[in-house]
Design a protein around this ligand. Structure first.
Ligand SMILES: Nc1ncnc2c1ncn2[C@@H]1O[C@H](COP(=O)(O)OP(=O)(O)OP(=O)(O)O)[C@@H](O)[C@H]1O
Length: 619
């Protein structure tokens, strides 16, 4: 199990390059759309400490987050008559149950801690993803209001009559219509394309939601009111983003994806307001021209990444039944399941905890955007109740390691397939090293991290792990991560040297994998020893075994006996792959080819340089 490290592409100096290599991509760290502060002002009646009403309020607020997290909404009352208190809690319908609960717990906490709202008989606290509202006086369930807490807009403005206005308001109208008709959640999320100029295309994302106690008609009314209000407030212009947070409905659109995300105190922005005033909040409106509050961060997740609830995962895996378990690695267990008609592999992270959550979110956002046919695709995740899961596409043919260990599969794994797999791993690695905005290293490349699809397409996996986890003895901690003994390059093999990890260290691991695939012998076939005298297969390592035979030109000794050696072209490719493998595992990192060179070597017949001594071999 491992993770990717990223490197800014402008880095040329090696040491700077390495330092940057292990730095997390900062722009991925921020999570959640932030609203500006809205104050709690003009509180009406205060509750008497120790009163029945106060204790009813305490009961109400203690239960709202948990009750609402089930379906993202609850409205309820506690007490009767003079002592009755009404409460409503709602989350944006595209966040997980755990995020909803976290958000509402924060919202409730603020109702108690904000001096303006503390002990109020009527107050409201809203965050970016949720809102809590209580009242001891009026019945507000099911009643649409025209009052809103925040109306804000931002981004580029365009005079009305331009294409943006049509795009935005047709999106809002469609969303409003869909949300009103959605009897289950009163929520709709959509996106629409907009040609800014003849050559520049923008997507506008949007959501609309009503509290679930509204009827379809009331929901329409609420959303229509706010749409009209937005038009009035923006005074003849349309902006690329806006948000209205109302008492009974919300509208939000932006030219950036409005993602679901997990939020905590650091990332959610709080807003507490009392409800005694009938006036619109003064604090939420932005001046035309894009001032006022602005989104300062997102969980940058690929928009189609799904958020699963633990309940869904438990159901799909028969409560994580051993019969559904695909395997166990250094960091967790993997289960097979079918979700929404697709076969998936659910990785349950056993060593993650709340403290790691922000780091996990950061990893998640990085991994979610990595899309390549030779990289395992992330489908979704679940961070709930201090439990953490990543959901990936399922690879029915398992790991290549498994195929090489089983004599029947090994026999079936002919050279054409093995060569294809080697080239596919190189393609995936090339994408990581050079195909992303920032250079990214895998750090834990090994055969158990290469999965095979139904069509035997190789996909690089295992990039979802924190760098600070405790692990088992087969893994060693790099300064910010792990590698696996046997695959780790000499420059990173000692604990003190872990910071030396570079793209060339990944190349070393790639070279070991190539040799394993050609020889059919995993690194674990050999007993690792420091001695290179009187080597026999049982007491040398893979590297020394290949190197010794290579130097004597005993190529056939090296090639997997399960491979058919009758085809001349295949034989040449096998020897060439041993050669490439040896170039990749040269002791001196600088001498190793980079992955683009490797791809060229694999795809052409150009003459290769002689390899120098590999890592971990004594001259
Ligand atoms: N997407 C997947 N499809 C099918 N099987 C999978 C998938 N992901 C993992 N597996 C199986 O689950 C096993 C455990 O995977 P996991 O990533 O937890 O550990 P690992 O890579 O084997 O070990 P380590 O944690 O030491 O890197 C794998 O060896 C593989 O057999």
């Amino acid at each position: 199990m491992s993770f990717f490290h990223t490197v800014p592409s402008y880095s040329v100096l090696c040491f700077l390059f390495i330092i940057l290599l292990i730095a997390p991509p900062f722009d991925m760290i921020l999570c959640c759309k932030l609203l500006n502060n809205t104050n709690c002002a003009g509180i009406g009646n205060k509750l008497d400490n120790g009163s029945v009403l106060q204790s009813n309020l305490d009961i109400l607020l203690a239960n709202l987050p948990g009750n609402a997290s089930q379906i993202g909404f609850v409205n309820t009352t506690v007490g009767e008559g003079q002592d009755q208190i009404l409460g409503l809690a709602i989350c944006l319908a595209n966040i997980s149950g755990s995020s909803c609960q976290n958000c509402l717990e924060l919202a409730v906490k603020n109702l108690y801690s904000d001096p303006n709202c503390k002990n109020s008989n009527s107050a409201e606290s809203w965050y970016d993803h949720c809102m809590v509202h209580y009242n001891s006086r009026d019945l507000f369930f099911g009643v649409p209001t025209t009052r809103y807490n925040t109306l804000a807009y931002w981004g580029k403005s365009e005079a009305n009559g331009g294409g943006l206005e049509t795009t935005v308001y047709s999106l809002i109208n469609n969303l409003s219509d869909s949300a009103a008709k959605n009897s289950e959640t009163r929520f709709a999320l959509d996106q629409v394309g907009y040609m800014q100029t003849s050559s520049s295309y923008t997507t506008i994302y949007g959501l609309a939601q009503c509290t679930r106690d509204l009827s379809a008609g009331s929901c329409s009314t609420c959303l229509a009111n706010y749409t009209g209000e937005l038009k009035i407030k923006t005074k003849g212009s349309t902006y690329t983003g806006a948000r209205i947070v109302g008492m009974t409905c919300f509208i939000w659109y932006d030219d950036k994806p409005i993602n679901n995300s997990t939020c905590d105190e650091n990332t959610e922005n709080k807003h507490i307001n009392n409800t005694t005033s009938d006036q619109n909040s003064k604090n939420g409106s932005s001046p035309p021209g894009g001032g006022g509050w602005r989104a300062t961060g997102y969980c940058k997740l690929r928009p189609d990444i799904r958020v699963y609830s633990i309940y869904e995962l438990k159901t799909a895996t028969q409560n994580f039944s051993p019969s559904k378990r695909l395997g166990r690695g250094g960091f967790g267990e993997v289960y097979q399941a079918t979700m929404h008609g697709k076969s998936v592999a659910i990785k349950r992270l056993l060593k993650a905890s709340k403290e790691n959550e922000q780091e996990l979110i950061k990893e998640l956002s990085l991994v979610s955007y990595i899309e390549h046919p030779n990289i395992l695709k992330l489908v979704g995740y679940c961070f709930e109740k201090n439990q953490y899961f990543f959901v990936y596409e399922y690879m029915p043919n398992g790991t290549i390691d498994k195929h090489l260990k089983d004599p029947t599969s090994r026999q079936k794994l002919n050279w054409t397939t093995r060569f294809k797999i080697i080239k596919e791993i190189a393609q995936g690695l090339s994408y990581l090293h050079y195909g992303l905005e920032k250079r990214t290293t895998h750090v834990d490349l090994k055969l158990t991290n290469i999965l095979l699809s139904k069509e035997m397409t190789a996909k690089i996996a295992d990039f979802d792990m924190l760098r600070t986890f405790e692990t088992d003895e087969t893994h060693q901690s790099t300064e910010k991560g792990y590698g696996t003994i046997g695959y780790m390059a000499p420059e990173v093999n000692a604990l003190a040297l872990r910071k030396n990890y570079s793209l060339k260290s990944d190349i070393y691991s790639f070279g070991i994998m190539v040799l394993e695939i050609v020889t059919g012998k995993g690194i674990h076939t050999f007993r690792k020893t420091e001695s290179d005298e009187n080597l026999s297969e049982s007491d040398e390592n893979l590297t020394s075994f290949v190197w010794k035979n290579w130097n004597c030109k005993r190529y056939q000794e090296v090639i997997d006996p399960y491979l058919d050696l009758k085809i001349q072209r295949d034989n040449e490719q096998m020897v060439r792959c041993i050669h490439i493998g040896l170039l990749c595992i040269q002791h001196e990192a600088a001498k190793r080819p980079d992955i683009l060179d490797v791809q060229k070597m694999l795809n052409t017949k150009e003459t290769l340089p002689p390899p120098s001594v590999p890592g971990f071999i004594r001259d």
